[in-house]
Design a protein. Sequence first.
Length: 233
Amino acid sequence: MSFRFSRNELASPPSSSAEHDRARSVSIGTLAAAFCVGGVVALIALSTARTARAQTGAGPADGAPLMRAPLQVVAPVDLKRYAGLWHEQARLPNRFEKKCVGPVTAEYTPQEDGTVQVVNRCGLADGQFDEVAGSARVVPVAGQPGAGRLEVRFAPAWLSWLPAVWGDYWILKLDRDYQVALVGAPNRDYLWVLSRTPKLDEATLREQLEYARSLGFDVDKVVRTGETVTTAR
């Protein structure tokens, strides 16, 4: 930028210079006023758009996840009646049972300290059986004494203080005779249909799965126990 003045500018009379300054001030004032008015109009438009969007409600197109109702558990559940041997009939694929291709059972035994001993057993491809023992504990639910909400741990007992070693075990459906149970997790990634009998009739199994579907579980991914599973979480 140059600070030199041209000869014509130096020769201009004072009155011309004053008029030039006034004209320049008017122009600047006009531009400033226009800028302010434009800013106000833009703010009004932005505010109107935000209000309209808020009233419309967010959907999948807005990047907002679809909300599902929280799962409810059976209450009350008599753990002494629930104890004993259960046969798995169907499940959502999971990493814990990726090698299970044969019968799967779970046996629950109440302990004196209020916990429940858990022993899971499943058939492998070579005809052998895999067995793992763990422990379950009741999770209190406010206003629902004896609610069927438990946590299961298969890690060593000395790691039981770690929240990460406990998995959710929610009893979502249970018949009055304690013969058929639907068990899942609140994130809907895990689901099991259990029965006292080794083979549950097809109509009852479908009823359990349709109920699970109504709760938001991806029943289309469910496998029947004994089928080969190639995918797992």
